[in-house]
Each structure stands twice: as structure tokens, then as C-alpha cells.
Design a protein around this ligand. Sequence first.
Ligand code: NAP
Length: 307
Amino acid sequence: MSTQTTVAIAGITGTLAKLITKHLLSKPNVNIKGFCRNPSKLPTSLRTNPRLTIFEGTFNDTNLLRETVRSADVTICCYMGPDSLMIDGQKLLIDACIAEQVPRYIASDYCMDFRKLAFGDHPIKDAMKHVHAYLEEKKDVIKAVHILNACFLERPWVGVWDAEKGVLSYWGTGDEKWEFTSYDNSAEFTAEVAMDGNANGFLSFRGDHISMKEVAVVFKSVYKEEPKLQCLGSLEELYKTMHATRDRNPKDFYAWLGMWYTYYSINGQTTLPLPLDNSRFPDVKVVTVKDFFTGTEKKDIRKKSFF
Ligand SMILES: NC(=O)c1ccc[n+]([C@@H]2O[C@H](COP(=O)([O-])OP(=O)(O)OC[C@H]3O[C@@H](n4cnc5c(N)ncnc54)[C@H](OP(=O)(O)O)[C@@H]3O)[C@@H](O)[C@H]2O)c1
């Protein structure tokens, strides 16, 4: 039996994918086949690694997809984009995996527990529900892996932290708990899951579970500055505002998307299933909000860079 593991990664130029690639390449005996539309977006440190082979093309080039996943032990999808990519593109990739007898497929989820949402609740998450259903149909021929990590720790601050005013904003009472996992932790867990053929189905990982009022305390302890807490309204008001904003201009994605994520992150509907799977991979040291603040200059909280 070969001691080499081959991992195919679709959307390898993405933020999460590059971190997963870094973690996988830190292990011996792993070869990666990466699929993307523009390899120049990869940092030189990855592009020049002899254990990484790049396949360049479009997401609907089925021959190229099959070539990419051929002989892989597992395929990791890291696409992020429109439904044509997230639903149709993933189905093409899953079909390519089945045609090439790849035994496992890690879906491009990395989010809240979308199973607890109805179709239409949080439109961006419908894609995950469609792909989950498709993988269920194919469960006799490919094992599905769904990684749930709630909100990336680096992501919510644009709507929350105003550096100029020193204000930390929240919806609700401020006691609702957010679940956070850092990009890098999620990538590290995903790399471990990819290497463990027994880690299948839904897996949940979490770095922190903390309310905005608690975040304010951590903020003060790290930056020695007391943030002003500002309530933006109740959860019911958030619900009305996010719908009204989207209805006014559905195409102005960035005007409403953050509010939808906030609502479903803190309303309790999509909390990660317990027990968490963190302890399956004890070598991964989880990053908390305190760790994130400690490793991030205050001016960079809203724009953490990774490579
Ligand atoms: N839980 C959270 O808070 C959270 C936050 C963000 C993302 N996520 C999830 O994490 C996963 C990865 O996200 P990310 O932040 O790493 O995304 P990202 O940095 O935007 O990367 C997305 C990848 O998809 C590729 N892509 C986009 N449109 C494409 C197209 N039409 N054809 C082919 N490839 C295309 C991109 O290629 P190019 O480099 O060429 O553009 C890139 O490789 C997704 O499942 C996303 O939903 C979760």
C-alpha cells in the first residue's frame, strides 16, 4: 500500500485553500493537485513547491476536473462564488470525483450549521443545502465531509468595530454568543480531516464562543482601551432591517449580507452541534478572540492578511 496521500484542492487560490495547502505541505508524504483559474494568485512559496501540481482552467471543464482529481484520496472544495459555482460547479466536481473513484469529498461549507436553516432563510447558505442533498443521493459511491466552523474569527469586525470612534457595536442584548474559528485553525482542522479517512460526515470545530459584551472585556485587557459599546437595535429590528435593505436593492450584496450573517450567527438557530470535534485533533491549538487580538495590531483588526 502506498504511504503517499494525494489531495485534490479545487479553488486553490482562495484564502482558506492556501492555508490548507500550507498545512498539508508541512506534512511529509502528501502530494497536492490544485485546480484554479489563475495560478499567478498563488504565493511563490506554494507555486514552486514540487509536491504541488497545478491544473488551470474553468470550473465547468469536466475533463480537466477529472484530471485534477484522478488518483486523489480525497478532494477538498474551497470554492466561493455565485450559485453557478457553489451548486453547479460543485456537482460537476463531485461527478468528476465519482468518475475517478475518489473516495471522499470535503464540501465547500466551513460555516454555521446550515442544516438548521430552511431554504430561503439565509440565501447564501442554500447552496450548501443543495450540495448536501446531492451528496446524500451519491452516498453509496462517495463519502461526504462537511466542516462546520461557524464564523471565521477574522470576518465580523467590519460591521462591529469602528476604530476611529473606538466603538464596538452589537445587535440584540450584547449577551448573545457568537461562535468563532480562525481561518488558520479551520484550515488546520481541514488538513487533519483530509488525512484521516475515518473523519467523515459532519464535523464541528470552534475556537471561541463569546458575546460582544465579553469581547469588549477581552479587547480592553489586550489593547488597554475600553471600547464604547453601542447597541444597534434588537434582534427583531435586525431581522426587519436586513430584509428591508435586501428588498430595496438585492444586487447590492455588501449592503445586506453582513447583517444576514450576524442575525443567523447570534439568534441561536445555527449553533454548532455538540460535542465539538476539536478533541479528535489535539495537536491543533485553537485560536480564541483573545489570541486573535493579541496577535493583531488594533489598526489591522478589520483587515487581517494571511500571506
Ligand atoms: N464562516 C465564515 O465566516 C466564512 C467566511 C468566508 C468564507 N467562508 C467559506 O470558506 C470557503 C472558502 O472561502 P474563502 O474565503 O477562502 O474564499 P476566497 O478567498 O474568495 O476564494 C474563493 C475561491 O473560489 C474561486 N472562484 C471564485 N469564482 C470562481 C469561478 N467562477 N470559477 C472558478 N473558481 C472561482 C476563487 O478563484 P480566484 O482566486 O481566481 O478568484 C478562489 O480560488 C467557502 O466555502 C466560503 O463559503 C466562510
